[in-house]
Design a protein around this ligand. Structure first.
Ligand code: GRF
Length: 208
């Protein structure tokens, strides 16, 4: 499976995927491309140090959003990707790209969807919302991307406890370590080994 990873920030989820490929936790997949919208994303350095083609395609360098979308889609198609992984990618994926990869784009969201997700719930804002509501359990979700925001069929979820005195930063780190970095590589391995299918909007996983 040829996998492309789209990133915007530190790239700890990308690192988890690279480590899982190296350790054999992910089989039948290779990371063929990393793209960031942010030239300063440390995720690009992580890709470069592992000799993975790494590109910055920034909306700011195009006449308009449409041109940016076309350039992004072109780059994905050039690398003949079978799966696109959004790993902390903070740019909306337009319908044109979603339609080019039906149930072949996945996203990691740092909450138990459908809670604390949708427009505005990204990065620390997710964990701020969790703490403000006082929920006792949060977690992370890997889902297929459809034309909505965090609305596609759910593939995997993992719960994480909220502890007294948690700050958004401490909680974000726990959700990454205990959930994101585990379920995102796992989802890629399941897809790479044809264990995942979608039947009327619900995900079925073989041998679960
Ligand atoms: C984090 O907020 C993470 O929860 C979410 O994307 C952000 C950056 O992750 N998935 P990364 O370190 O760039 O993978």
């Amino acid at each position: 499976l040829r996998v492309g990873v789209l990133v915007s920030g530190g790239g700890t989820n990308l690192q988890a995927i690279m480590d899982a490929v190296d350790s054999g936790k992910i089989t039948n997949a290779e990371i063929s491309l990393v793209v960031s919208n942010n030239p300063g994303a440390y995720a690009l350095k992580r890709a470069e140090s592992r000799e993975i083609p790494a590109k910055c395609i920034s909306p700011k360098t195009f006449e308009n959003r449409e041109e940016f979308h076309k350039a992004l889609l072109q780059e994905l198609q050039k690398h003949r990707l079978d799966l696109v992984v959004l790993a902390g990618f903070l740019v909306a994926i337009p319908p044109m790209i979603v339609e080019a990869y039906p149930n072949r784009i996945i996203n990691i969201h740092p909450s138990l969807v459908p809670s604390f997700c949708g427009v505005g719930f990204y990065g620390l804002h997710v964990h701020e919302g969790v703490l403000a509501r006082g929920v006792k359990v949060t977690g992370a979700t890997v889902h297929f991307v459809d034309t909505g925001t965090d609305t596609g069929p759910i593939i995997l979820q993992k719960a994480v406890e909220v502890r007294q005195g948690d700050t958004p930063e401490v909680l974000q780190r726990r959700v990454m370590e205990e959930a994101e970095w585990k379920i995102l590589p796992k989802a890629i391995d399941l897809i790479a080994n044809d264990k995942v299918s979608v039947q009327n909007g619900k995900v079925c996983i073989e041998n679960e």
